[in-house]
Design a protein around this ligand. Structure first.
Ligand code: PLP
Length: 349
C-alpha cells in the first residue's frame, strides 16, 4: 500500500532546466536570477520591492529589524503558529505578547488582538493560517505596523486584494512543503522605500563602508531560478488545490466535522485543508497513518505552551490544537489519492 504523504512539492522539467542553466552559468549567487525572482515575488505579494532571503524566518527577522523593533518593544503574534515566528521576535530581543485565535478560521480576530494589546506593542505579526485570509486590514487600522505573514498564503486573496497587499511588510516562505519552493527560502516585500532599503542593507554584509551587524541571509541564484519557475506556476497550483478542496467539501458535507471557511472578499489558497473534528485529532491522525494516509495537527505545539502561559487564556488555540486535523492537499495529489483520503477519513469517523 502506497503511503499518501501530507505534503509534496510540485517539481518538473522546467524547474530542472532553470537550475541547470544557473549551474552552467557558474553564477550561483546574486545576479539577474535573484533580481528577476524578487520582482516576480513582489508582484505575487501585492506589489512593492522585495528582498529574497534564505528562509521565512530570515524574512521575519529582517522585517522586524527594519522596523527598528528592539528590546524595549513588544511584538504581538498568535499562539497558534509555528515556533519560527516566535524565534524571529526573539532574534531582535523584543518582548512577546501572544493572542488567541478564532477556532472557526484558525486566524487572529480583531477581538483577540485587542485583548492582548498594550501601549508597548510596536508591531503585529498576522499570519494567514493555512491559506485562509486573516482580517489584516482591520488589524492594520489599530495603529501598529502589521507584518503580513504569507508563509502559507502566497497566491491567495484577502479583502479583495492579493495576500501581502495590506501589511506594512509582507513575508513569504519557500520551504519545501510550502505553496511553492526554492528548497529553503523566503522573501520580504514592502511598498515603503525606506524599509525596502533597510532590509536589503541588512542582508548584504560584504564590501560595506560602515560596520553594523548584518546577516548572511541572501537566497542563492539556484533557489531563485527554481522559485521563478514555481512563481510562474502559482496560479495553476492554487487552482489545483482549490479543486481538491471542493472535492473534500462535497464529500465531507454529511460528516461530523467542520470544513474550512472562505471569508468574504477572500480566496483561500488551501495550503492546508484543515478540518475540525468532534474528537481528538491526534487519535484520528494516528489511525489514518496506519492506513497509509498522513494526516496531522497542522501546528506542532501552540506557543503559549512553550512559554508556560495558562491554557485558559487561549481557549480558541486550545480548541484548534485538540480538534484540528490537516489532510493531504497539494497539486500532485491524484484523483485516486483524493478518493482514498476521503474514504479513510470518513471510515475513521
Ligand atoms: C506562518 C509561518 N511563518 C514563518 C515561517 C518560517 O518559514 P521558514 O521555515 O522558511 O523559516 C513558517 C514556517 O513554517 C510559518 O508557518
Amino acid at each position: 500500500m502506497n503511503r499518501i504523504p501530507h505534503s509534496r512539492p510540485t517539481l518538473g522539467r522546467a524547474e530542472a532546466n532553470a537550475v541547470r542553466r544557473v549551474l552552467r552559468s557558474g553564477m550561483l549567487v546574486g545576479g539577474p536570477e535573484v533580481c528577476a525572482f524578487e520582482r516576480a515575488a513582489a508582484r505575487a505579494l501585492g506589489g512593492g520591492a522585495a528582498v529574497a532571503v534564505n528562509s521565512g524566518s530570515a524574512a521575519l527577522h529582517v522585517a522586524l529589524a527594519a522596523l527598528g523593533i528592539g528590546a524595549k518593544d513588544t511584538v504581538l503574534l498568535p499562539s497558534y503558529v509555528c515556533a519560527a515566528v516566535l524565534n524571529a521576535v526573539r532574534y531582535v530581543g523584543a518582548r512577546v505578547a501572544l493572542c488567541d485565535i478564532d477556532p472557526a478560521t484558525f486566524n487572529v480576530s480583531t477581538e483577540t488582538v485587542r485583548r492582548a494589546w498594550s501601549g508597548r506593542v510596536r508591531a503585529v505579526i498576522v499570519p494567514h493560517m493555512f491559506g485562509g485570509a486573516a482580517p489584516v486590514r482591520e488589524i492594520a487600522s489599530l495603529g501598529a505596523p502589521v507584518i503580513e505573514d504569507c508563509a502559507m498564503a502566497i497566491g491567495g486573496r484577502a479583502a479583495n486584494r492579493p495576500t501581502g497587499a495590506h501589511g506594512r511588510i509582507a513575508i513569504g516562505s519557500f520551504y519545501v512543503t510550502k505553496m511553492l519552493t526554492t528548497g529553503q527560502g523566503g522573501v520580504a516585500v514592502t511598498r515603503d522605500r525606506i524599509l525596502a532599503r533597510r532590509m536589503s542593507d541588512l542582508v548584504q554584509y560584504d564590501n560595506r563602508e560602515d560596520y553594523r551587524v548584518r546577516y548572511n541571509y541572501p537566497l542563492t541564484a539556484l533557489g531563485a531560478a527554481l522559485g521563478r519557475v514555481q512563481l510562474s506556476r502559482l496560479g495553476g497550483f492554487v487552482r489545483a488545490r482549490r479543486r481538491i478542496a471542493r472535492a473534500y467539501d462535497r464529500a465531507f458535507a454529511p460528516l461530523p466535522l467542520t470544513r474550512p471557511v472562505e471569508q468574504a472578499g477572500a480566496r483561500h489558497a488551501y495550503y492546508r485543508y484543515v478540518v475540525r473534528l468532534g474528537e481528538p485529532a491526534r487519535r484520528i491522525g494516528r489511525r489514518m497513518m496506519t492506513r497509509g494516509v498522513e494526516a496531522k495537527p497542522p501546528v506542532f505545539r501552540p506557543l503559549h505552551r512553550y512559554l508556560g502561559l495558562p491554557s485558559r487564556s487561549f481557549p480558541g488555540t486550545e480548541e484548534a490544537d485538540r480538534f484540528a486535523l490537516s489532510i493531504p492537499c497539494y497539486p500532485t495529489l491524484s484523483n485516486r489519492a483524493v478518493s482514498r483520503v476521503i474514504r479513510v477519513l470518513s471510515e475513521e469517523l
